[in-house]
Ligand binder design. Structure first.
Ligand SMILES: C[S@@+](CC[C@H](N)C(=O)[O-])C[C@H]1O[C@@H](n2cnc3c(N)ncnc32)[C@H](O)[C@@H]1O
Length: 485
């Protein structure tokens, strides 16, 4: 049995936030203590229990850091609006999947909500989520060889209360956007935590304020740390407000660079967020020290590709697992000879570039202009000449392409949309273009299954479902689906 801190002795996650911030939390009523059994997971991956009522529907309560099968004691506020949140006080009987957590922040942190679950059970649940979404059998999920220290990018927030207490770290589970101080995060390599602690020490003596979003005052917003896992190159980006009256003194910027570089060679940048009323926020970057970019590699079965990563470039957050994801995806279309491939929602073009050696032509389509610039640089860096990129909305670019004199119909469409899935225009074009194969990669099996149901009604058959675990200790899942006509 795991004993959790008793209420009232300042052991709650809220000990990390100031009394003044605590007062802002939506918890103004007297707490009650309730004993419950966790039945299932919520859509955010938290445990869900139900309080039975004799004459009304059971009340749903969400409790972070719990698992189905746990019998728990929680504290909750009586008048809280649904979904009600409970604060875990004690695990009375542990689920058979419960394990000791590696991280000292595991009961507080909103970053990984499944660390208390055995990794084999995490995989089992993720695989079942995909199979339930599609009501179909799936290939065994591809696990992460190392379920810790896998993230190549982290963002840590600066936060400060009215009394001046400083917090640099991650958000508190079920109390977002409140931040607690992270000493060590096990999802990334140890150097991330070393830099984080150096930056916190620098901040404490700097006299600089954290940015305060509601008032648009203060300076420091967040610290981004990135690593090119295959080359070991490192990057730190200090994100600050663009308001001139809160600009940090030059001496403090120099002190920041020194603090970061105490941990070893690293590229250092300042990124300025210029908020403009009624207009989109503008961003300005200053290169402060070290090389002006880092280079990541993907070691794929089809060869090695190199990618330039600048402070804002998108790159898959788990490099080693991205290699497995791409290998698995490309093996599903390996039998097609010299196809024309469309890489829709291509980001920086990594997947299209990996597929280019098999293709006669690849066209990548991507909304973000910065990602398209990176994609073009990366294609040249890897000497890939049969790929080109179009910037814009997938649906609209597909409309334009079909009106062009050199238009070539795709044999294969690779689609990797955001969580919301394909929009109606993109779906409409896929049905008109009728590629022989659609390779659909998604981080949301629900929208993926809904889109695929739509495509099945227009002549496609579902040939493969391959889940991949990119993010151990979180409820996130990546899934590959292959459709063929
Ligand atoms: C999940 S990422 C795919 C990244 C890429 N396939 C990879 O593996 O690195 C989704 C991408 O879709 C882009 N995107 C979002 N909405 C879009 C739209 N309507 N049209 C084109 N691209 C879009 C995003 O900017 C993002 O780069």
């Amino acid at each position: 049995m795991t004993i959790f801190p008793k209420p009232g002795i300042l052991q709650s996650p809220l000990q990390f936030i100031s009394p003044s911030l605590y007062n802002l939390l939506p918890m103004t009523q007297e707490p009650e203590t309730v004993e419950l059994s966790i039945q299932e997971f919520s859509s955010r991956g938290y445990g869900v229990a139900y309080i039975e009522r004799p004459t009304a529907k059971p009340v749903e309560v969400e409790v972070a850091h719990t698992l189905p099968g746990d019998r728990i004691l929680i504290e909750m506020r009586r008048k809280m609006r649904p979904p009600k949140k409970g604060r875990l006080l004690e695990v009375l009987t542990a689920s058979q999947d419960r394990v000791e957590t590696r991280c000292s922040h595991a009961r507080v942190c909103g970053g990984c909500c499944w660390q208390q679950m055995d990794y084999a059970a995490q995989l089992r649940i993720k695989e079942k989520r995909v199979s339930d979404s599609f009501k179909s059998a799936v290939s065994p999920i591809i696990p992460c060889d190392s379920p810790f220290e896998y993230r190549n990018k982290m963002e840590f927030s600066f936060s400060e209360n009215r009394a001046g207490a400083k917090y640099l770290g991650l958000m508190i589970a079920q109390a977002e956007p409140y931040v607690f101080n992270v000493d060590k995060c096990h999802l990334c390599k140890p150097w991330f935590s070393e830099v984080l602690n150096e930056v916190r020490s620098w901040w404490e003596q700097s006299g600089i304020q954290a940015y305060n979003p509601p008032h648009d005052t203060g300076t420091l917003r967040y610290l981004t740390l990135r690593e090119a896992v295959r080359t070991g190159q490192k990057m730190a980006v200090l994100n600050i407000s663009g308001r001139a009256e809160f600009a940090p003194p030059k001496a403090q910027i120099e002190a920041f660079v020194q603090a970061v570089q105490k941990t070893g060679p690293i590229s250092v940048f300042l990124r300025i967020h210029q908020a403009n009323k009624g207009r989109p926020t503008q961003f300005f970057e200053m290169h402060l020290a070290g090389p002006d970019h880092i280079v990541e590699e993907l070691h794929l079965e089809r060869g090695t590709l190199k990618f330039k990563i600048s402070p804002i470039s998108f790159f898959q957050p788990n490099t080693l697992q991205a290699e497995k994801l791409y290998n698995a995806a490309l093996s599903l279309i390996a039998s097609y000879q010299n196809p024309v491939i469309y890489d829709l929602y291509c980001g920086t073009g990594t997947l299209g570039m990996a597929a280019a050696s098999q293709a006669s032509q690849v066209i990548g389509i991507e909304l973000s202009p910065e990602a398209v610039l990176d994609a073009e640089v990366n294609a040249a860096r890897n000497n890939i000449s049969n790929i080109s990129f179009r910037q814009g909305d997938v649906g609209q670019v597909l409309t334009q392409l079909q009106g062009e004199s050199n238009f070539r119909r795709p044999d294969i469409a690779i689609v990797d949309p955001p969580r919301a899935g394909l929009d109606p225009l993109a779906l409409h074009h896929l049905k008109i273009l009728k590629p022989k194969a659609i390779l659909y990669i998604s981080c949301n099996p629900l929208t993926q299954a809904a889109n695929i149901e739509n495509l099945l009604a227009s002549g496609y058959r579902l040939k493969a479902l391959q889940p991949v675990d990119q993010f151990p200790h979180t409820y996130h899942i990546e899934n590959i689906a292959l459709l063929e006509r």
